[in-house]
Design a protein around this ligand. Sequence first.
Ligand code: G1P
Ligand code: ZN
Length: 543
Amino acid sequence: MTTKTIPSSPFAGQQPGTSGLRKKVRVFQQPNYSENFIQSIFDVIDDKAGTTLVIGGDGRFHNRIVIQQAIRMAAANGFGRVLVGRGGILSTPAASHMIRKRGAIGGLILSASHNPGGPDEDFGIKYNISNGGPAPEKITEAIYARTQTIERWLTVEAGDVDLDTLGGIEVGTMPVEVIDPVADYADLMETLFDFDAIRSHVAGGFTMAFDAMNAVTGPYATEIFERRLGFAPGTVRNGIPLEDFGHHHPDPNLVHARALYELMMGPEAPDFGAASDGDGDRNLIIGRGRFVTPSDSLAMLAAGAHLAKGYATGLKGVARSMPTSAAVDRVAAALGIPCFETPTGWKFFGNLLEAGKATICGEESCGTGSDHIREKDGLWAVLLWLNILAVRKLSVDALARAHWAQFGRNYYARHDYEGIERARADALIAELEAAIPALAGRRIGSLLITGADNFTYADPVDGSISRRQGIRILFEGGSRVVLRLSGTGTQGATLRVYLERYEPAGGELDCETPAMLGELIAAAETLVRISYHTGRSAPDVVT
Ligand code: G1P
Ligand code: ZN
């Protein structure tokens, strides 16, 4: 074993983050930088002897380098063995499952999610604990505290592991197993969904386009959709993981998955379209001629989940992040199950899933998942959609219309203002916070404000309180405007404005979203003075 000294911590003075470390590749390439962070993780894990550590990533540039570093360091730090995905590949959901299934103490997932990859783009390292979920704040804070004081890191002197050949090898005295990254995960999906029903639907002519965006889900999607479910070869598009994602943002939204959207709206559209992000935890769902918002998708999945064998006994509860539309609340009410409203971020679902209070969770930012693992799961959402459609034998459009006819429709959009000067963004929030007490009862055009607050969450499992999680302005009839600053942006501040208009069953269910949201957008401008504060006349991204 070799001890390397760190002259001065490259992390000194940096703010702790909560979802691992996400920086430019060039930052990770600095001497001691990745090593410092990985050693800090290892230093806060107690009782490593004899335990299994899972390592894998989304295949982006620099993935293989950090995997080799991490394996040598794991050997020096006394882990019992390392499981690493072939080619260094493990999607975030597959890693979560691998940790749980193999009884690992935890795992290192190397990804910057939907951010672009390449020598000048982003990289990231996150640590998941033994339940397969992201390390809770207590642990991430301990890791960051350690990065500030650490003076050495441990490694063994050993060559690189051949990541492309399945099988076992020793590094130092520690066994390393290169495993198939797909098989266990695909098997898990077969336990949850009725593959026979989907196969016969496909045999009956049902078609799909799945855009893997040259990111991690390609091998998973090819195995599950084309090999196990019988979809035609070519169903999976951009299925080879590339280090730079083919120069694209592997972000499955209407901007970056434009090609899929255009296909689905055009004359050549297959029955079903879907995409996933860099590390495989997000999903986008588009039927032929019908885009489904992630908030609606959550509601429609909750309403149909009992049609899949993994959920046949019903859901214990559902959960959504606060800015996600309230469409799922109405499904929960009809099913007579609880609906939890949490702050933005998957980690807030962890306690609810662990305690058996919620079975299905989702966020407006294309994240949906269930208690089968402790991360959101892009392919899981696609498969649940396929299972529901195979049983109900409806098109996506017909299913959406039937859903709205029963529950009403939550017209929804998110407007992002990116790269705003931090001080200006803070000023906007401060001005709005000050205005909150006077908002209830105010009328803007035909809209009546019934209440406003800065969202506070009391975790029903551990009682912890999270304050100031986003400003909610509530209108008569169930419409809302929500504003918050992004916690994941890398440059300046990003303002997110979430707009939601509820039309009850029997109302105007077949209109265009921008038209339906026009009055709310104008009201938001009047109340918040967005263009004055941001200096922008329009959002940078509308999703
Ligand atoms: C964004 C999304 C949020 C998601 C997070 C991590 O966070 O809005 O729903 O959990 O990425 O994928 P934000 O940048 O809004 O803080
Ligand atoms: Zn992701």
